[in-house]
Design a protein around this ligand. Structure first.
Ligand SMILES: Cc1cc2nc3c(=O)[nH]c(=O)nc-3n(C[C@H](O)[C@H](O)[C@H](O)COP(=O)(O)OP(=O)(O)OC[C@H]3O[C@@H](n4cnc5c(N)ncnc54)[C@H](O)[C@@H]3O)c2cc1C
Length: 165
């Protein structure tokens, strides 16, 4: 179970029983060794606010727009896999099945279509705002607010408004 897969708000319920199951399966896997993961990176599962960049950012220079909004909201920035695969953002910030599972109070998806592998990593977020030029993007189905706009125009204006509060 990945860290952050469940929100902290749900109280534990029920009294599960632990059952021991004996199998006679012959091990097919040989233990090859253990390597410590490299130190560093960021633990997004603890962030209360995450602003994520998707392929819709267009080019690495535009990531500053996302980082500025994350900073204004006192949160962290994340990314979808194409942005990480392009090496614009470190893998430790990837949200999704092959990245981190997060459950922040606020998740802002900028230029992210809402592929199932991305949704799996952020669908437990309490409140989701999506900014997308496509009003039919699947991310709209899991969003509380869908802003149909070009992120390059909308996000800087939003950041400025937040900074002025
Ligand atoms: C085994 C496997 C594991 C995977 N694991 C992950 C994972 O962990 N995390 C992950 O994210 N993906 C993962 N993927 C990839 C996933 O399937 C999608 O390809 C990926 O999530 C798409 O990223 P995206 O939404 O950023 O890009 P796209 O799907 O290309 O979407 C870009 C969006 O940006 C919008 N847009 C374009 N320009 C603008 C603009 N100027 N302003 C606003 N919006 C704009 C478009 O309308 C579109 O909706 C995995 C795939 C596989 C097969």
């Amino acid at each position: 179970m990945q860290a952050g897969a469940f929100g902290l708000s749900s109280d534990p319920v029920g009294t599960p029983t632990v059952e021991k199951v004996d199998t006679d399966a012959t091990p097919q896997i040989e233990f090859g060794g253990y390597e410590e993961a490299e130190a560093g990176g960021i633990d997004l599962s603890k962030a209360e606010v995450i602003v994520s960049a998707g392929r819709g950012v267009g080019k690495p220079e535009n990531l500053a727009i996302i980082e500025h909004l994350a900073k204004a909201l006192k949160g962290e920035y994340g990314a979808s896999r194409p942005v990480v695969d392009s090496e614009w953002v470190d893998h430790s910030r990837q949200v999704g099945t092959t990245g981190q599972t997060v459950s922040p109070k606020l998740y802002v998806a900028c230029g992210i279509s809402g592929a199932i592998q991305h949704l799996a990593g952020m669908k437990k977020s309490e409140f989701v705002v999506a900014i997308n030029t496509d009003k039919d993007a699947p991310i709209g189905e899991v969003s509380d607010v869908l802003v149909v706009a070009d992120l390059k125009e909308f996000v800087p204006i939003l950041t400025e408004k937040i900074q002025s509060i």
